[in-house]
Design a protein around this ligand. Structure first.
Ligand SMILES: CC(C)(COP(=O)(O)OP(=O)(O)OC[C@H]1O[C@@H](n2cnc3c(N)ncnc32)[C@H](O)[C@@H]1OP(=O)(O)O)[C@@H](O)C(=O)NCCC(=O)NCCS
Length: 171
């Protein structure tokens, strides 16, 4: 069974490791909200996550964002980020929901389950049409989005890479 939950102080070592794993693959890091590797005090990072999830003291232009980690049998397998509203950047490139699965845990259906649960959370938040974007060559992510009813609107140029923009009806 998978649970999505807020990160806690005791997750520090594993989350720092997960961040490095994704970064070393060339992806945006696992941790968001200003996390900059070992220089970032973990307490400050957790504080930033709380502020984003409550929409409190947000940096200029940033939106409320629920960041949750996915745990299966005591292992942190992935993370999601649910943006409650879209700014220009999110509307064009970022979308409402982002997810990542740690390399060792891929191809187990975890991203699919993370998106399934995220859509329920998004529904509670009141997001009736969910925008999700992914690179045009990201076969895993394309499959996850289309399995959940994603309908492609278009493909846009994102710094020389083609990005797919999908909408999921979520009512
Ligand atoms: C993309 C990603 C989230 C997929 O996570 P995952 O847990 O392996 O995905 P799932 O196991 O739920 O797989 C979902 C489907 O995609 C397929 N799939 C997964 N990875 C795939 C790949 N690399 N190539 C082809 N198909 C793939 C699975 O076979 C499965 O298909 P099925 O439902 O027909 O059985 C994961 O590879 C990842 O975190 N990548 C790096 C970050 C990233 O790309 N995030 C998404 C940004 S939009």
């Amino acid at each position: 069974m998978m649970i999505l939950r807020l990160p806690e102080r005791s997750d520090e070592a594993i989350l720092r490791r997960a961040h490095q794993e994704l970064e070393s693959e060339g992806h945006q890091g696992f941790l968001l909200h200003g996390y900059e590797g070992s220089e970032t005090e973990f307490e400050n990072y957790l504080d930033a996550v709380s502020k984003f999830s409550e929409g409190r003291d947000l940096p200029q232009g940033m939106v409320k964002d629920s960041f949750l980690i996915a745990e299966v049998a005591g292992e942190v397998v992935g993370r999601i980020s649910i943006r409650h509203t879209l700014n220009d950047f999110l509307l064009n490139y970022g979308g409402h929901i982002g997810y990542m699965v740690r390399p060792a845990f891929r191809r187990n259906g975890y991203a699919s389950e993370m998106l399934r649960q995220s859509l329920l959370i998004a529904r509670d938040i009141g997001i009736e049409r969910v925008l999700i974007t992914c690179n045009d060559d990201n076969l895993g992510s394309i499959r996850v989005i289309e399995k959940h009813g994603g309908v492609i609107e278009n493909k846009v140029d994102d710094n020389g890479r083609l990005l797919r923009r999908y909408w999921i009806e979520n009512v």
